[in-house]
Design a protein around this ligand. Structure first.
Ligand SMILES: [Zn+2]
Length: 230
């Protein structure tokens, strides 16, 4: 029990150990031979309000001990309470950790909203109506009112990023190999089969006059239409 009590302080979402602490507490809930410890573990998981613990709690609803089942039901109620603001703002939520959109999971205990990639609900922030992916800008991500901008290509490491973008901007940049960047970003988006929005529904806006070849334009035609913007 002492080891479990110590873990409670680690349940700080700001802490880098947060995910590990949740895993350890989940371990106690599943494997401890002491029903008191299992009940306490369920309690702590409920306190997080983070739906990432939902599966572990749902499993514990079948615990042989009544005390554990009662604690587990209470914990699930706490998760549900924490879900309310998320459901109201579903369309504008974004995970502050990895910048992905949420998904809904349907269970016998109700519907829950979690980040579609990391599975946490704790890091979901509201107010992002549009995610703009950019090829041609070095800065990784920034927010401007209800828009989130994400640089899709890192020229230094030559790596494309995946993100739940609503629009793709191609901006003017010096020393950028647009061919590589556009192809890599396209592949990256295309390979993500769980994406909510298909590529054909993501419009491309070309800002300024970046030097694009025929081949690059051809790849961009797989997106949801090319427009010139200012
Ligand atoms: Zn996430």
């Amino acid at each position: 029990m002492i080891a479990l009590n110590g873990l409670r302080d680690g349940l700080d979402p700001e802490s880098p150990e947060y995910g590990d602490v949740i895993k350890k507490i989940t371990g106690y809930l599943r494997d401890s031979s002491d029903p008191e410890v299992r009940a306490r573990a369920a309690d702590y998981l409920g306190e997080t309000g983070d739906a990432v613990v939902l599966d572990a709690l749902r499993e514990a609803l079948n615990d042989p001990h009544e005390t554990v089942r009662v604690a587990t039901r209470k914990a699930i109620e706490k998760l549900k309470k924490a879900q309310r603001p998320l459901k109201d703002n579903y369309g504008t939520l974004i995970c502050g950790r990895d910048l992905f959109r949420p998904k809904k999971i349907h269970t016998r205990e109700g519907q829950f909203v979690v980040c579609r990639v990391c599975g946490h609900s704790k890091f979901l922030e509201d107010g992002v109506k549009e995610v703009v992916g950019i090829i041609g800008d070095a800065e990784y991500s920034w927010r401007q009112e209800d828009r989130l901008f994400i640089s899709m290509w890192d020229e230094k490491t030559k790596n494309a990023r995946n993100a739940d973008i609503d629009t793709l901007w191609i901006t003017e940049a010096d020393d950028l190999n647009y061919g590589w960047a556009i192809d890599a970003v396209y592949q990256k988006l295309q390979n993500d089969v769980t994406r909510a929005k298909p590529i054909s529904e993501i419009p491309v806006i070309i800002k300024g006059v970046p030097e694009l070849s025929e081949e690059e334009i051809e790849i961009l035609q797989n997106f949801g239409g090319i427009k010139n913007g200012i």
